[in-house]
Design a protein around this ligand. Structure first.
Ligand SMILES: CC(C)(COP(=O)(O)OP(=O)(O)OC[C@H]1O[C@@H](n2cnc3c(N)ncnc32)[C@H](O)[C@@H]1OP(=O)(O)O)[C@@H](O)C(=O)NCCC(=O)NCCS
Length: 173
């Protein structure tokens, strides 16, 4: 088994859309609160990933992927804040690992790669929010992220019902 972590440019991201759709769909169908509702099929994510590829081309998004035997099975992104008073900040989003590839350390490697690239682009502070009570909420502190607090009833689980969101930040200077 060969594992690779890469930062993708816009054309590489477009080429990876089928795999990215598969991973996103697998996570949503596994119960992750990611901005979408069930039912959700892989092709339902194509428009979302095309927008992300466009954002990469415009310089506003850093996208990292994890490949196992040349198939993308994990991803994470940082949105580079564009406000004039936040040139140092980024939003970490969509840390996803396909259920078939969990527990291999891919999330840790993805986070290290995207944080290093965000730092290379001059970002020193990252923020994220994640569903309260999710596996991900338990994992971010292991990657050095500081928990800020919870906003109750922030979003819906994919099958309905309110879920809170937990806010985190990390300095990456
Ligand atoms: C969260 C997620 C990305 C983790 O992916 P993964 O590749 O299995 O994670 P890793 O193998 O890199 O494990 C990372 C660390 O978390 C720990 N960990 C893994 N699963 C865990 C769990 N369910 N509960 C607590 N800790 C866990 C590992 O032991 C590891 O710790 P270490 O590096 O200190 O030894 C994956 O479960 C996922 O895609 N979930 C659904 C999508 C989601 O909710 N994303 C968050 C969006 S904000």
């Amino acid at each position: 088994m060969t594992t690779t972590i890469r930062i993708l440019d816009a054309d590489e991201a477009r080429a990876a859309i089928p795999d990215l759709c598969e991973t996103l769909s697998d996570c949503i169908n596994g119960g992750a609160s990611l901005g979408f509702m069930l039912p959700f099929q892989p092709q339902d994510g194509a428009g979302y990933w095309r927008d992300i590829a466009r954002g990469i081309g415009e310089g506003g998004i850093v996208l990292a992927v994890a490949e196992v035997d040349e198939r993308v099975v994990g991803t994470v992104q940082v949105g580079l804040a564009s406000k004039p008073n936040q040139p140092h900040r980024g939003d970490l989003m969509k840390l996803l690992v396909h259920r078939s590839a969990r527990g291999l350390g891919l999330a840790r490697k993805l986070m290290e790669a995207v944080e290093a690239e965000a730092a290379r682009r001059g970002r020193t502070l990252l923020v994220l929010d994640t569903a309260t009570g999710s596996d991900a909420e338990a994992i971010y502190p292991r990657f050095g992220w500081e928990r800020v607090g919870v906003i109750p009833d922030y979003a819906l689980w994919p099958d309905g019902g309110f879920c809170g969101t937990t806010l985190f930040y990390k300095r990456i200077a």
